[in-house]
Ligand binder design. Structure first.
Ligand code: NAD
Length: 527
């Protein structure tokens, strides 16, 4: 395979991207420095002031063309994703490309209505002569910093949402998966977007930090809690608004009435898809003691059937970890759990014959909250399972975490599941499914507690890309307003009477208050 070369910066300032399945070089990309990043932001700002003046129809035309290109070139795009992220082709198509196409459709269907100025009716009678409008204004230049685990869908959805609402974007992709973002840039340019409106600045953490220090107007950051905290501190120092989409430790609750076959299939997919490297992965599983043994048996039987291999193998179910450091974290969590008394039922070690980054899908039983595997984000193909006796205990266990991204509950009794869902502290709770909320374009995506601040996707995701401007227009331009100067006793009588008119419980007082207020107003000499 030919390595991809992008020109511009000398070799010393380039990062080499490797295929996580084979270790082969995928290509190299430049490390942008802070001056180049500032220059990119300045170009984006100039282009944005023109872009914000274009009609929504014009912006939608470009998004429409982009979606057509993504649809037509899906296999080639999937190949780029697989080469640098390692995931199975089935996942590259379903969780990356399909998600983007669906999100674009959502934007095309909703943006005209979303950006239409919204009337703000006034209840106060003296304000009824004014027309209130809520306008949604683009921030200007949105910085996007992305992780490696969904290198195409995450930045695409965020960039399309920013662009269609009138912003420009400067995108810093993960240093492990920049080519997927360069695909987004290529496709948007092919769709007719002014190249300055979306610029990809490649590099490591330092490039992200430089983007944060530049004159961007808002930052959408997706990544780990540790980096998210550093980003939040730097953003606070310059009052930069941020959305933080951070890590998770998502619990799955399996109630005693759950279908063991269905719930075990869900747990296995939820823990092992994308090799467990999904922010919404099942990271903790709690099963009612009445079905605990049967559930474990079913999970193990399904886990050992999974085919581990490179994403290029169409038969592969579970791909590699992104790099060896991630694999070592997974191994250390598994080892810690076993040392503290957990039972290893499947996997538990790397699959060295496939390459340096493959880890066998692992099932652990008898885990508890003293173990790192139940407290820290593992981000690998591990399903740790423990039993519970009562709903109360299940809720307490699920909520006993610093994270709050998502959760899932399995029970055929939807009413019971929904009632329980209300008690879980998570940005999303799914009843009888998991992870797929990310593919529901209408659903807001984001967490509580350490899992982040703000939302992407859906209506809330659109709101993050704009600031609300309240536009008020008075219907009596030739009239001096009741609350302007002059002050004095008549003004006080006018206001006291007005308060009684509006808020007194006593009807007589209200009528008298109204009359006193009107009289006092006529006695005043406004200037
Ligand atoms: P990471 O925090 O290591 O890196 C994320 C991005 O931040 C990268 O582009 C990186 O170069 C950049 N970065 C690093 N240091 C920086 C700094 N000081 N200032 C600015 N940018 C900096 O995360 P990762 O390993 O790439 O991704 C995995 C993490 O992302 C997991 O914790 C996962 O749960 C989380 N994630 C969350 C969501 C979500 O929607 N909530 C989605 C995907 C991944």
């Amino acid at each position: 395979m030919n390595a991809i070369q992008t020109p511009v910066v000398p070799a010393a300032n380039r990062i080499t991207i490797r295929n996580p399945a084979t270790g082969e070089t995928v290509g190299t990309v430049p490390c942008f420095g802070s001056e180049e990043i500032s220059a990119a932001v300045a170009k984006a700002r100039a282009a944005q002031s023109r872009w914000a003046q274009t009609s929504i129809a014009e912006r939608m035309k470009i998004v429409r063309r982009f979606t057509q290109l993504v649809c037509d070139e899906k296999d080639a795009i999937a190949a780029v994703i697989i080469r640098e992220a390692g995931k199975p082709v089935a996942e590259a198509i379903s969780t990356e490309i399909l998600v983007v196409l669906d999100a674009a459709k959502f934007l095309l269907n909703h943006v005209p209505e979303f950006l239409r100025p919204e009337p703000v009716p006034h209840a106060n009678p003296v304000m009824k002569l004014k027309r209130g409008l809520l306008c949604r204004e683009p921030y200007g230049v949105i910085g996007i910093i992305s992780p490696w685990n969904y290198p195409f869908s995450l930045p695409s959805v965020q960039a399309l949402t920013a662009l269609i609402t009138g912003n420009a974007v400067v995108l810093k992709p993960s240093e492990f998966t920049p080519f997927s973002s360069l695909e987004i840039e290529r496709l948007l340019r092919a769709a007719g977007l002014d190249p300055d409106l979306l610029q990809v600045v490649t590099g490591e953490g330092a490039a992200g930090s430089a983007l944060l220090q530049s004159t961007i107007d808002k930052l959408i950051f997706t990544g780990s809690v540790a980096t998210g905290k550093r980003v939040a501190q730097a953003a606070a120092a310059r009052l930069l608004p941020v959305v933080l989409e951070l890590g998770g430790k998502d619990p799955m609750l399996v109630l005693e009435d759950a279908d063991v076959d269905v719930a075990s299939s869900a747990a296995v997919w939820g823990a092992f898809m994308n090799a467990g490297q999904t922010c919404l992965s099942v990271e903790r599983c709690y099963v009612h003691e009445a079905i605990y043994d049967d559930f474990l048996k079913a999970c193990v039987a399904k886990t050992v059937k999974l085919r581990v291999g490179p994403g290029t193998d169409p038969a592969a179910d579970v791909g590699p970890m992104i790099h060896e450091r991630q694999l070592r974290i997974v191994q250390s969590h598994v080892d810690d759990a076993i040392a503290r008394g957990a039972l290893l039922l499947a996997g538990g070690k790397p699959v060295a014959q496939l390459g340096a980054n493959f880890f066998a899908p692992t099932v652990l039983a008898g885990v508890d909250h003293s173990m790192a595997i139940m407290r820290e984000e593992t981000f690998g193909p591990v399903l740790p399972v423990r039993s519970f006796k009562t709903e109360e205990e299940a809720v307490a266990l699920a909520n006993d975490s610093e994270f709050g991204l998502a959760a899932s509950i399995f029970t055929p009794n939807r009413k019971r599941g929904e009632a329980l869902a209300r008690r879980l502290n998570a940005g999303t709770v799914m009843v009888n499914d998991l992870i797929s909320c990310f593919g529901i374009s209408e659903a807001p995506h984001g967490g509580v507690k350490a899992s982040g601040i703000g939302r992407t996707h859906g209506h809330f995701g659109l709101e993050e890309m704009v600031w609300p401007k309240y536009l008020d227009s008075d219907g009596m331009p030739r009239m001096k307003k009741l609350w302007w100067y002059s002050y004095g006793p008549a003004f006080q009588r006018q206001m006291n009477g007005f308060i009684e008119l509006l808020f007194s419980k006593d009807l007589t007082k209200r009528i008298r208050g109204g009359m006193r207020s009107a009289r006092s107003y006529l006695q005043r000499k406004p200037f």
